[in-house]
Write a protein that binds this ligand. Structure first.
Ligand SMILES: [Fe+2]
Length: 446
């Protein structure tokens, strides 16, 4: 008789104690609580032949989308593949998925994890990896629909049902169903206030609906539950900083950058891109960020030639432009062009979005607002192709609006402002742009 994990999925390994320990490590990852990798290391130290533990570690590293982690990823993937002959079919599919990811074929990786979650709808790990993959590849509707596929197999008695609801909530939010998203997200948070992804989903609803004051209160009043021991807190603090920008609390946003978003020392791409995206917005609003750009640019530089993930590269470009480092800008652009001509998921993302987005940011940085608009405006229709959330990609709309105003293109500025105000009529940032756009000379005044 094969063993089972806590949700009834078959596990080929013989030690129930090891399987239970892996369940605990998985639960840390599901809640974005530290430290699932340390927990995996402990299990592997005692059970070096436990294939799924290696696959878990490899998948967790892979979905952090940071090429500097590749040696650790390769170590776990290699160990898992050596043990694959004795693994069961579900576990082998996990291993194949990580291999596809490591080889740069993210579509196949997501499809493989997705098939596992169809065949084993209570395999929460496969579901989470596929969900993260959907996020990185910009498969907005799959963020919702992949979770909907498995919902009939979950009820209140299955441990971890809140994690499924949290993912579903985020998918609903990205698909624009804010009411259901908030309902599912709040239910998940009620089940587990430490569930960072569920808190994140509710936060996104508030961001998208322009509920910035409420959002700031929501995060600060619940932080005692989600922040301690979280490995995702930096991103929730980034959202908090966006809420503070709406209140013109610049000192507060900078304090979040200095104390919370940077708490991990900007040691991974996910932290670096949040830092960059915040400073870029602060610059667009006309605020000086001191020497913070230099620190970020220095941390991005070792990743400059990776050509690993266009979304990261574009955020790195913000830092290079912000820091005025033209050498790194050119190097980053060159990397993106090489990636665009290469193989795999990132080639498409670099070609379609990464290269033109970076050219637009560089043009903005040198004050060539017409070129910035020419590069960035077509991306409004398709920027989802390189992943991220609506809130993250909104930086293109911010940049375009500011570029149109600085160029004096009243028609474009008013069109972009109208688009923004239709979504968030009360937003002080949008209203300021509306006022500035209204002060421009009309193009067809004569
Ligand atoms: Fe987010």
């Amino acid at each position: 008789m094969s063993s089972r994990d806590q949700r009834g999925n078959p596990v080929s390994y013989g030690s129930q104690e090891a399987i239970d320990a892996l369940d605990s490590a998985c639960n840390l990852l599901h809640a974005y609580q530290a430290d699932p990798l340390a927990a995996a290391d402990e299990i592997i130290a005692q059970h070096p032949d436990f294939a799924l533990a290696h696959a878990f570690r490899a998948g967790a590293i892979a979905t952090a989308t940071d090429k500097t982690f590749d040696p650790e990823l390769h170590k776990s993937l290699d160990a898992a593949e050596r043990l694959a002959a004795n693994a069961n079919d579900r576990e082998r599919q996990h291993i194949h998925a990580v291999r596809a990811w490591f080889d740069g074929d993210w579509e196949r990786a997501i499809e493989t994890w997705g098939r596992v979650s169809i065949e084993y709808p209570r395999d929460l790990l496969a579901l989470q990896f596929a969900h993260l993959g959907d996020f990185y590849l910009g498969y907005s509707h799959m963020l919702r629909d992949r979770i909907a596929r498995v919902m009939p197999h979950w009820d209140k008695d299955v441990p971890g049902v809140g994690f499924v609801q949290g993912m579903y909530a985020f998918g609903l939010e990205e698909a624009g169903d804010y009411r259901q998203a908030e309902e599912q997200g709040r239910e998940a948070v009620a089940l587990n206030p430490q569930d960072g992804w569920a808190v994140h989903a509710v936060t996104h609803v508030m961001e998208m609906q322009g509920r910035s004051e409420e959002g700031a209160r929501y995060l600060s009043s619940s932080a005692n539950a989600w922040a301690p021991n979280s490995m995702f807190a930096f991103h929730l603090w980034w959202h908090q900083a966006l809420f503070l920008l709406e209140a013109n609390d610049i000192a507060g946003a900078l304090r979040l950058f200095d104390e919370d978003i940077s708490a991990g020392g900007f040691g991974q791409a996910l932290e670096l891109l949040d830092g960059s995206a915040l400073l870029w917005r602060l610059n667009l609003l006309g605020h000086d960020v001191g020497d913070r750009w230099q620190e970020l640019a220095e941390k991005w530089e070792p990743r400059c030639e990776d050509g690993f993930y266009a979304f990261n590269d574009v955020n790195a470009m913000m830092a290079f432009v912000g820091a005025g480092n033209s050498g790194a800008q050119l190097q980053q652009l060159d990397t993106l062009r090489r990636a665009a001509a290469g193989f795999g998921s990132n080639a498409m993302m670099s070609r379609e979005i990464g290269v033109p987005a970076s050219e637009g940011l560089m043009a903005f940085g040198r004050g060539d607002y017409a070129q910035a608009i020419a590069s960035l405006l077509p991306l409004r229709a398709k920027a989802n192709r390189f992943g991220g959330s609506h809130a993250q990609r909104d930086v293109f709309s911010w940049t375009l609006t500011e570029a149109a105003i600085r160029l004096g293109d009243r028609a474009l500025a008013e069109a972009l402002v109208a688009e923004r105000l239709a979504l968030k009529p009360e937003s002080p940032v949008n209203r300021t742009w509306k006022m500035r756009a209204g002060q421009l000379q009309p193009l067809h005044s004569g």
